[in-house]
Design a protein around this ligand. Structure first.
Ligand SMILES: Cc1cc2nc3c(=O)[nH]c(=O)nc-3n(C[C@H](O)[C@H](O)[C@H](O)COP(=O)(O)OP(=O)(O)OC[C@H]3O[C@@H](n4cnc5c(N)ncnc54)[C@H](O)[C@@H]3O)c2cc1C
Length: 386
């Protein structure tokens, strides 16, 4: 079988791969996007249940999604205030959109809505569903579809598959298992959320309530054992535990949707194992959700890669791959370091660290400049506006 020539093959049509296909529009390159899941579970008309996780989009991601024509129909809930506190300790701070002169600090969207919106936007790339990359040797790429195998000879292959599986895990990288699981669920509280997000650090891990539609998207991090116990409780018992861990700031919790669990680890690639390939999004770095950075960072990977592709004649060359790696290094390092240190600092019952945390939150509360710095870092990343 002779291989089909294509400029860019994107393996993975999750939110980052789908965004990359849009960002490459108009650049004059032929693009194929291969997504392993079927169209039914990805298309805008999908009837299958989607991924339960909610994603907090930063304001900078909004700017990128607007340019990709994937923003206007996205059902989002704005975050105007973030309240940060620690369980069983003093110190708390409140970050407001006004601190950064922005209409919102971020926006909460359901993962599946985000993916649907990106896949529904007009795009000339050939988008294949039920199409899994099963082999890549640095030259040819094999994609298995329902109709049979297709072999491509891409000038550049982009891993957007969310995990290091497509290259058999050959790339040199780093993995740290946090021994934590994020339990996610939609919960309803007595009081309206008024666009306020809550982040509460507990010795077991952070607990976040993000304003979402008429309730909250809960992300409750704890040990895998405790998460399994919480997932198995009936709704009234689960809500009582949540009340215990979070307190009464949002009023009583009145209902909870289905719970889903995500094991958490830090994983990133140091370099690619094979020539003519790069990684974006979770394929490049998977982060703990504590700071809501994973997708936002991945979207900036896609945006930067598309910008560089537009300016090159040879997207798979070693010099191109090196320039992409260098262009993303600072932002990636900062995102990974910031998130990993937050997990270490706040998922800890050490009394001294507890005092330090309290003092840090208090200092942040009293110093508008520091608050503004932290907020802008979370919104725009280390490299500023896209
Ligand atoms: C509980 C939780 C909360 C989170 N909250 C936030 C948040 O608030 N803000 C934020 O920015 N980030 C958040 N994240 C991180 C965010 O979900 C990820 O960073 C984001 O989903 C990465 O998108 P992706 O497209 O790179 O990968 P994925 O979402 O994993 O998508 C990968 C896609 O590739 C496809 N695929 C896999 N293998 C193949 C193959 N061989 N061939 C073809 N296709 C393939 C899959 O079907 C999938 O569609 C959170 C994560 C978790 C677990």
């Amino acid at each position: 079988m002779s291989a089909e020539a294509v400029d860019i093959l994107i393996a993975g049509g999750g939110p980052v791969g789908a965004a990359l296909a849009l960002a490459l529009e108009g650049g004059g390159h032929s693009v194929v996007l291969a997504e392993a899941r079927n169209a039914d579970s990805n298309g805008p008309q999908s009837t299958t249940p989607g991924d339960a996780r909610a994603i907090a989009l930063s304001y900078s991601s909004r700017l990128i999604l607007e340019r990709l024509h994937a923003w206007s129909k996205l059902p989002v809930t704005p975050i105007k205030t973030i309240h940060i506190s620690q369980q069983g300790g003093f110190g708390r701070t409140v970050i407001r959109a006004g601190d950064c002169d922005l209409p919102a600090l971020g926006y909460v969207v359901n993962y599946t809505d985000l993916q649907h919106s990106l896949l529904a936007a007009p795009c000339t790339a050939e988008r294949l569903f039920g199409a899994r990359l099963t082999g890549f040797d640095g030259g040819e790429a094999v994609v298995q579809t329902a109709e049979g195998e297709r072999v491509f000879a891409p000038r550049l292959t982009v891993f957007a598959d969310g995990a290091r599986v497509a290259d058999g895990g050959k790339a040199p990288g780093f993995t740290k298992d946090y021994r934590q699981t994020a339990l996610v669920a939609w919960v309803k509280a007595e009081q309206e959320h008024n666009s306020r997000a809550w982040e509460r650090f507990t010795p077991e891990g952070p607990l976040a309530l993000l304003p979402h539609a008429t309730g909250y998207a809960l992300v409750w991090t704890s040990s895998p054992e405790r998460s399994a116990q919480l997932a198995a409780l009936d709704t009234p018992a689960f809500l009582a535990r949540l009340r215990n861990a979070f307190g009464g700031r949002a009023g009583e919790f009145t209902d909870a949707g289905e719970r889903s669990a995500f094991p958490l680890m830090l994983r990133y690639r140091r370099e690619e194992a094979l020539p003519r390939s790069v990684s974006v999004g979770n394929a490049a770095q998977s982060l703990h959700p504590v700071a809501g950075q994973g997708f936002n960072l991945g979207l900036r990977d896609a945006w930067e890669l598309a910008r560089l592709v537009r300016d090159t004649r040879e997207p798979g060359s070693a010099s191109f791959i090196d320039s992409y790696r260098r262009a993303r290094a600072l932002d990636r390092r900062a995102g990974i370091g910031f998130t990993d240190s937050l997990v270490g600092l706040f998922s800890n019952s050490n009394a001294l660290l507890g005092l330090g945390r309290g003092a840090g939150l208090l200092a942040l509360d009293l110093a508008p400049f520091a608050r503004r710095f932290v907020a802008r870092r979370m919104i725009y990343g280390a490299r500023g506006l896209p």
